[in-house]
Design a protein around this ligand. Structure first.
Ligand code: PLI
Length: 467
């Protein structure tokens, strides 16, 4: 498709200046940050592709909504607006707001998992698996094999492998499965969608065994868009209708409002079972706040209700995904090894192929995030061995098959020119890739280490040969 047919479906009303410092300054700053892009100051970053979470630009309507905040302690008008948006766009019966997605993950894990229970899922997500493990659960990956292959062009890499799920059910028994944790789209696989055909089969199988499906719906509208584009029979269905159909095949959801729903903070737990709802409604008071605000200000609930409606707008979502694919295609055409197909919320670079001289234990993806920052002031995130953490039983690292760097695109924030600059920086690093050193971890926090770990650089062959 020609670029001219899909320009931004909005115009810019306010701007935020960017600052670009010198490479020399960046080299010093990233060293001070322990070679961890999470530890950089945002003002020292030129183009920030660390995450698409909470980094989007709100619309004029959302900003107007902030002024309609009802900050009553209990029963805020904005809670009922948020609840109504969930009913209208997602169809779940009961809603409990939380401060962000992991607040909802915490609640559902405590409510549904008993120690020793299994939690199958279409690949892990960092905070999701951690909450499942903290509740005593054992996560089991049941995603299709294609998801673990960065070069497979399979369009629905988020699909559940029914055979893997069936094997788990017969091995441990359905009664020992807390629920199926099902993400739309799958972040750690590269932002990959699940098909409705697969979801319907998964629904059938789980219903036969009375297993609940808890939907991680942070990016459900992006998944719906890919179904509309690629799945036979859905080309004429609206994003809103497909989104609601996905939700109707699940029993409840955890949602970070910071992605699809276009807010800077917020989340929710949604559930159809009244008994689970009553418990969640009580538990939320302990960890988040009253069940009519759950850690959110009234104004934030209003902005999220509006953002949910905007997230299923056809022009919005089509541009969103086209923009991500624009960057992905630039990189692919320049010969950069990127995960195929290009995802919906970011472009994922295959760091193992990009930096073949750095073994996984020397953190190639982390090393690449450092090199991209040094070269162009581009902030990205490691999605490989550092993010995967350690095996709870053995204490050894998890060694994920995917060693990736994610260039996540915030919603409605950057223009295509910014993405051209990003592509140039990536190509620059690629041309000098053998000079990129590996890393050693010198400080490792206990939980979600990727946020706060510190590293030192170590020479990896053939860098030493070049010098
Ligand atoms: O960051 P939270 O707590 O609002 O949401 C947690 C969360 C849950 N599920 C999925 C699929 C996520 O992507 C997610 C958060 N993602 C972040 C922060 C990211 O950078 O991708």
């Amino acid at each position: 498709m020609k670029k001219a047919t899909w320009a931004e479906p909005y115009k810019i009303k306010m701007v935020e200046p960017l600052r670009n410092i010198t490479r020399n300054e960046r080299e010093k700053l990233v060293k001070l940050a322990g070679y961890n892009t999470f530890q950089l100051k945002a003002e020292d970053v030129y183009i920030d592709l660390l995450t698409d979470s909470g980094t989007g630009a709100m619309s004029d309507r959302q900003w107007a909504g902030l002024m309609m905040g009802d900050e009553s302690y209990s029963g805020s008008r904005n809670f009922y607006r948020l609840e109504a948006a969930v009913h209208e766009y997602y169809g779940y019966k009961y809603v409990v707001p939380t401060h962000q997605g992991r607040g909802a993950e915490h609640l559902i894990s405590r409510l549904l998992i008993r120690p020793g229970m299994y939690v199958p899922g279409n690949m892990y997500f960092t905070s999701t698996r951690l909450h499942q493990e903290l509740a005593g659960g054992i996560f089991v990956d049941v995603i299709v094999d294609e998801a673990h292959d960065p070069d497979s062009g399979f369009p629905f890499k988020g699909n559940v492998d029914l055979q893997k799920l069936e094997n788990l059910i017969s091995k441990v028994g359905a009664a020992n499965i807390a629920y199926l944790s099902l993400a739309t789209t799958v972040n750690m696989a590269g932002g990959q969608p699940i098909s409705l055909e697969n979801l319907k089969q998964v629904r059938k199988l789980t219903q036969q065994h009375n297993i609940l499906i808890i939907h991680d719906m942070a990016r459900v509208a992006e998944n719906a868009y890919m179904i509309q584009q690629l799945e036979p029979g859905y080309a004429d269905k609206s994003i809103a209708a497909i989104t609601k159909e996905i939700c109707s095949l699940t029993d409840g959801a955890v949602m970070s409002g910071k992605k699809d729903a276009l807010v800077n903070i917020g989340g929710l737990l949604a559930i159809n079972d009244q008994g689970v709802y009553e418990e969640a409604k009580n538990l939320v008071i302990v960890y988040e706040g009253m069940h009519t605000y759950g850690g959110m200000a009234g104004r934030d609930m209003e902005a999220m209700a509006i953002g949910i409606a905007e997230s299923v707008d056809e022009d919005h979502i089509s541009f969103r995904v086209h923009q991500v694919h624009y960057l992905g295609n630039l990189l692919r055409d320049a010969g950069i090894p990127v995960v195929k197909p290009i995802g919906t919320h970011g472009v994922f670079i295959n760091a193992a192929a990009f930096l073949p001289h750095i073994p996984q234990i020397k953190f190639p993806a982390q090393a690449l995030t450092v090199a991209l920052y040094e070269a162009g002031g581009i902030r990205s995130v490691e999605r490989g061995i550092v993010s995967a953490g350690r095996n709870k039983e053995t204490g050894d690292h998890h060694y994920p098959s995917l060693e990736l760097v994610r260039l996540a695109i915030p919603r409605r924030v950057y223009t295509m020119s910014h993405l051209d600059v990003v592509a140039d920086a990536v190509v620059d690093v690629f041309e000098n890739r053998y000079r990129v050193p590996g890393l050693e971890m010198v400080f490792e926090p206990k939980y979600m280490r990727f946020f706060q770990a510190r590293f030192e650089q170590v020479v990896c062959e053939p860098q030493s040969i070049l010098e």
